[in-house]
Write a protein that binds this ligand. Structure first.
Ligand SMILES: [Zn+2]
Ligand SMILES: [Zn+2]
Length: 346
């Protein structure tokens, strides 16, 4: 198979010819039809993720068709159209038993713990537990755009923050996760303020339902503006970017008893950001982390999409060929443009 491949962290990846994968007894092999590029792939390539063993094939936001099935798989057949959460679960650990597969103790993550989907084929273990069937009328490109950012935002907004109608929601960072969070919070009746440094992304934030936007590149007192717009602070703050500044600003934007959800990754030298713990205590703030979404919550998310209240396909920026993926991966940290890049030709 053809696959994006690297043998050293930070080294320019290339498209290599590699052996086709074969399924484990409880796994399947998918022909990848669409796979999104994500900043987590960039972090992995930079060597920030201890799960990755070299050499490596990245890619975790995938949709495809089952082309080979292991002997013990009962739910899936050749030809089924599917996607997977980026955290695949074991099904037996205490977290899985409690229904919290997104923090499974024995995670299988294509593109991190195993070779991923920037390839013609990808092997997925524990298929009966982890594969999600796609609605017939959902395209592979839309499905790939759900895998990480939209699903993560769904869990953050719906399951963790539990946004309710009329609540103020500040979303810091209007990339893929942030724009997804804005769309979802708006669909739940939240009054959303989008914060970013890119005017193009802020315009998209407004289109997707933000009632106000703040350009942090030109506004000196972002927190002050957010608190004023929301008449004393937001009920919910989401750091969808993941940086010491956006994390601290998000928390400082909250009103008393507000909820912060950290979705954006803070890794490597950013893993211990200074936070305003004085106001966390004084305002009784709640701080939560969000890590993907369980396969069993996909039905609720797919129902909301099928209802037309949210349109994740509006986040798709451009589609590219596998040959273009190495350069696009290396470029992911430069924050250019709006929308998700998806590989659709292999
Ligand atoms: Zn588990
Ligand atoms: Zn991702």
């Amino acid at each position: 198979m053809r696959a994006v491949y690297y043998e050293a962290f930070g080294q320019m990846p290339w498209v290599a010819n590699l052996p086709d994968p074969t399924p484990t007894p409880d796994g399947v092999v998918l022909a990848v039809h669409a796979t999104g590029l994500c900043r987590s792939d960039w972090h992995g390539w930079m060597g920030h993720d201890p799960d990755i063993r070299l050499p490596h094939v990245p890619g975790h936001e995938l949709a495809g068709e089952v082309v080979a099935v292991g002997a013990r798989v009962t739910r899936w057949r050749i030809g089924d159209r599917v996607t997977v959460p980026f955290v695949c679960a074991c099904g037996v650990c205490p977290q899985c038993q409690a229904g919290q597969q997104q923090v499974c103790d024995h995670q299988f993550q294509p593109g991190f713990t195993h070779w991923g989907s920037f390839a013609e084929y990808v092997a997925i273990d524990r298929a009966d537990l982890n594969l999600v069937r796609l609605p017939d009328d959902m395209t592979y490109v839309t499905a790939a755009s759900l895998g990480c950012r939209f699903a993560t935002a769904f869990r953050a907004v719906v399951d963790l923050a539990k946004v309710s109608a009329g609540e103020w929601v500040a979303v810091y960072g209007c990339g893929g996760v942030g724009l997804s969070a804005i769309m979802l919070a708006h669909a739940l009746g939240g009054q959303v303020i989008g914060i970013d440094i890119n005017p193009e992304r802020l315009a998209l934030a407004r289109d997707l339902g933000a009632v106000a936007v703040v350009n942090a590149a030109t506004e000196a007192d972002v927190v002050g503006v957010v608190r004023e717009l929301s008449r004393g602070g937001v009920h919910i703050a989401i750091d969808a970017l993941g940086s010491p500044t956006t994390c601290a600003n998000a928390i400082a934007s909250l009103r008393k008893r507000g909820r912060h959800v950290q979705v954006g990754l803070l890794l490597a030298e950013q893993r211990m950001p200074p936070l305003p713990m004085d106001i966390v205590v004084a305002r009784e703030l709640v701080i939560m982390g969000s890590h993907g979404m369980q396969a069993h919550r996909y039905d609720a998310m797919l129902d909301l999409i099928q209802s037309g209240k949210v349109q994740p396909q509006r986040l798709i920026g451009r589609t590219i060929r596998l040959d273009e993926a190495p350069a696009a991966l290396v470029d992911l940290d430069s924050f250019r443009g709006a929308g998700v890049t998806v590989i659709t030709e292999f």
